[in-house]
Design a protein around this ligand. Structure first.
Ligand code: AMP
Length: 187
């Protein structure tokens, strides 16, 4: 099963992706986690992207697409994966589509977690993960970038008829229950 988990910052993508990973035994790829780890390990990539993550802006499409294309070559993703935080621009979605097509492959679902904006800010500021971009200004910036650059990605997949909207308000278990109902229909 190949799934894109989509939604604004604070929608709970990381939490739900981990639950999907454990329940369906498919690996989780979070581009944000990959960048944060590179920053922690002070790799070349980490040095390249640190100030971008701190500012709440997006890393360039080229860097992200190359990174995901490379990652997906690994054997562990052969039978499926959950993508969290990618694609985040229409350019990334188009590039990802070309990569999949060249492998005669496609995704099974694009799941969009729907959460009202007031709830997003509240959740991010109260989650206390200690992320350097989780300041009131950082959150505002990421929500703005989401509206301008990322929301159109959903329209891109709507045109392909792949979008499944998930109500992202409720307890973690309730939301995961909705995701499971959706994914079980795909099997
Ligand atoms: P996340 O953990 O998904 O919220 O990502 C944290 C930060 O990593 C974002 O604010 C971006 O700076 C960067 N990032 C993660 N994924 C992408 C992506 N697909 N395209 C561009 N930047 C990304």
């Amino acid at each position: 099963m190949k799934v894109i988990l989509f939604g604004p910052p604070g929608a709970g993508k990381g939490t739900q992706a981990a639950l999907i990973r454990d329940h369906y035994a498919i690996p989780h790829i979070s581009t944000g986690d990959i960048f944060r780890e590179a920053i922690r390990n002070e790799t070349e990539l980490g040095k390249q992207v640190k100030s971008i993550l701190d500012s709440g802006e997006l890393v360039s499409d080229q860097i992200v697409v190359d990174l995901v294309a490379e990652e997906l070559k690994k054997e562990e993703y052969r039978n499926g994966y959950i993508l969290d935080g990618f694609p985040r621009t229409v350019g990334q979605a188009e590039a990802f589509d070309r990569i999949l097509q060249s492998r005669n492959d496609s995704i099974d679902a694009f799941m969009s977690l729907e959460v009202p904006r007031e709830e997003l800010t509240r959740r991010i500021l109260s989650r206390g993960e200690g992320r350097t971009d989780d300041t009131p200004e950082g959150v505002e910036k990421r929500l703005q970038v989401y509206e301008n650059e990322t929301r159109p990605v959903k329209e891109f997949y709507e045109k392909q008829g792949r979008v499944r909207e998930i109500d992202g308000v409720g307890t973690i278990e309730e939301i995961f229950g909705r995701i499971r109902d959706t994914l079980d229909q795909l099997k």
